[in-house]
Write a protein that binds this ligand. Sequence first.
Ligand code: SF4
Length: 179
Amino acid sequence: MGKKARLIFTRTCLKHCDGCCMRNIPQDAPREINIKQLVNYQEICITGGEPMCFHRELKDLIYCIKKESRIHRRKPKIILYTASPYPVISFIDILKELDGCTVTLHDDQDKWEFFRSHLNFIERFPESSLKSLWLNTFVSFSEKEMSLCTAWKVRQKKWLEHCPLPEGEELVRLKGLNI
Ligand code: SF4
């Protein structure tokens, strides 16, 4: 078992990125596990697809992971991967329950929407400094844009052809979760 579980929460996504990795992952490729096995990982990265398409179900899932972790005296870090941290109020509500989040900006439209919606992020969520917040971007930032990302660590990314899974990570799906 790897140290990190990359949990495919859903395959649904409203974007249609040319280099999307999901197209190359067969339906049954992620190993199917139950929640007890899931909380044995040191870190759980919830990804998709776009998890925020189902933010209520996502909150339920995080609640279940935490409950199961308490039962088995485990404390996995829970991280969300999203390209759509909206509505901001729902995103902050979910972020409160997480150890961190990686937001990925795939194109200029994503960047524009992020700056428009998250400009007063720190005022709305003063606890942001307690979280691990990464902003992955496939588009470049000006110095002024960089200076606006105070709550976030910015990481410039390049599309990779076969989306190799980082060492120590395992691609999993959860038994009974079909969204
Ligand atoms: S946002 Fe992510 S999951 Fe959605 S199409 Fe783009 S790469 Fe794929």
